[in-house]
Ligand binder design. Structure first.
Ligand code: GLU
Length: 502
């Protein structure tokens, strides 16, 4: 491989999804690696929709891919191109190969091929088309054409014992395959439609792709595609095949087995920050030389290198049915870390969008309540995993319509009937403080507990559940401070009704 060779400069890479379903995590990772390589080399990242499987390609799927990439922030410089728009170019390339005798017309009928297949089966050898049409004299070919006999176009793979197809993969190193082990593969069907393997290579050639970064499932096609390039007299791109991503039982990730968790849309819906998903995906199959894991966009562009893509399959650690870990715990950890540590200015717009979506946004959060909003987000983000947490677990800060957690109610409100008196009295004392603050509320609460001869913990836990509906969260007094006197007092009063009478 020679990256600096002028043929590979400027770098041009592509993401070439087939729009036959959803945007899969594996697809997003492929897009990300290509994008990183383009950005690192000030190159071009191109989007090509490989929609030649007309029956399975859908407009919805195209839209999902475009939306997913946009959400992830993987902006493309060219395209989207649609493969179906270039079919004539693919056929043209097949014609060129025919003219140069790198390809030939095969008139074998289905029945003849079936007979050959059976014969191979009887001899217990793998079937490989024996190339009998390769040697048809030109006169026979013309005769067949004149008769209108159907034919496919096959690539004429070099057959002599020394010929090998060699290519250098940036990840797997030098790979070679003997010509004798490659069948004369079909490049154009009898109805004139090119095969995918041809279309894909010809598009890469026409798009002047310098690096083909794709999943390791593409390795099987590569020797044939290198032959197509050579036949067309074009220098092949650098190939970099990425390891597959499997689940912890070594099964391929699929929506059928794993559900929505393998789709990018799922993370968007669950309140992931797009970059934290990118950062997580980057490490599924690549690692930095110093073992570092958290990277900003710029840092990852700088650190990324094809030579550090792993060969071993990567593991997406998700167990279907695990209630606690609704995706790979590492992904959740990444998102929580980003939420906790990212600059507040960057988090605020994401929280705004989340609250707007949930219908609990108040425009005053950008005017007179701006400071309060910033401090509140800063306080509660420390324990949150996703943006959705701001509108669910964090709802009590932004709305009076929050839900009560049954467990919390049972543990903190139901066990002590005297709380029916304690909470209103506490409310009254907080209401009467000359100035309301977390510290003043704490003093008042502790003093009152002592007077009643109960543990301060009883009142602390009860107050926490009364004002927030849960038994977890930031320190109670910080929480009271943030919520403000009016809300706290009203909620303590209201909680009385939740406490069963003796
Ligand atoms: N359309 C192919 C896919 O979605 C892309 C293969 C390639 O990148 O060459 O698997």
């Amino acid at each position: 491989m020679n990256d600096n060779n002028s043929h590979y400069n400027p770098v041009r890479v592509r993401f070439a999804p087939s729009p036959t379903g959803y945007l899969h995590l594996g697809g997003a990772r492929t897009a990300l690696y290509n994008w990183l390589w383009a950005r690192k080399n000030q190159g071009v990242f191109l989007l090509r929709i490989e929609d030649t499987d007309l029956e399975r390609s859908t407009q919805d799927s195209v839209q999902e891919i475009l939306d997913g990439l946009t959400w992830l922030g993987l902006d493309w410089d060219e395209g989207p191109y649609f493969q179906s728009a270039s079919l004539d170019k693919h056929v043209e390339a097949a014609e060129t190969l025919l003219q140069k005798r790198y390809a030939y017309r095969c008139f074998c009928t289905k029945e003849e091929l079936e007979a050959q297949r059976k014969e191979a089966g009887a001899k217990k050898v793998a079937f490989m088309y024996d190339g009998r049409c390769r040697e048809l004299p030109a006169s026979r070919v013309d005769e067949n054409l004149a008769k209108g006999l159907p034919y496919v176009i096959r690539f004429a793979v070099p057959r002599d014992s020394q010929s090998t197809v060699v290519f250098e993969d940036a990840v797997y190193g030098r790979l070679e395959k003997k010509g004798q082990d490659i069948e004369d593969f079909v490049i154009v069907r009898s109805d004139g439609r090119p095969l995918y393997i041809l279309s894909n290579a010809v598009d890469d050639a026409n798009d002047r792709i310098t690096h083909v970064i794709r999943g390791a499932d593409g390795l099987a096609n590569t020797p044939k595609q290198v032959l197509i390039y050579e036949g067309l007299g074009i220098v092949p791109p650098v190939f970099a095949h990425m390891p597959l991503t499997l689940d912890n039982k070594k099964a391929k990730l699929s929506k059928r087995t794993h559900g929505e968790v393998v789709t990018v849309a799922y993370y968007r819906r669950h309140g992931f920050l797009p970059w934290s998903l990118c950062n997580f995906l980057a490490l599924l199959g690549w690692s930095s030389s110093d073992g570092r894991e958290f990277f900003s966009r710029e840092e990852l562009i700088e650190a990324f290198d094809l030579s550090r893509i792993n060969r071993a399959n990567s593991i997406f650690n998700y167990v279907p049915g695990d209630a606690k870990n609704w995706t790979d715990p590492k992904a959740i950890h990444f998102n929580a870390t980003y939420i906790r540590t990212m600059p507040l200015e960057q988090l605020i717009p994401c929280v705004k969008a989340e609250l707007q979506n949930a219908g609990i946004w108040d425009d005053a959060y950008e005017t007179e309540k701006r400071e309060w909003f910033r401090q509140t987000v800063d306080l509660i983000r420390a324990r949150f995993f996703t943006l959705t947490d701001f509108s669910t677990r964090g709802k009590c800060y932004f709305s009076d319509e929050f839900d009560f957690d049954e467990q919390a109610k049972k543990k903190n409100l139901s066990k002590e009937p005297r709380l029916r008196e304690f909470l209103p009295e506490l409310a009254h004392r907080l209401d009467s403080l000359p100035t309301f603050s977390g510290a003043a509320a704490e003093d008042a609460l502790r003093e009152y507990a002592e007077e009643e001869g109960v543990k301060a913990g009883l009142l602390i836990n009860a107050a926490r559940t009364a004002v927030s509906g849960t038994s977890v969260g930031p320190g109670l007094f910080e929480m009271l401070d943030t919520m403000g006197r009016q809300r706290v007092v009203a909620r303590l009063m209201k909680a009385k009704d939740l406490i069963p009478e003796e």
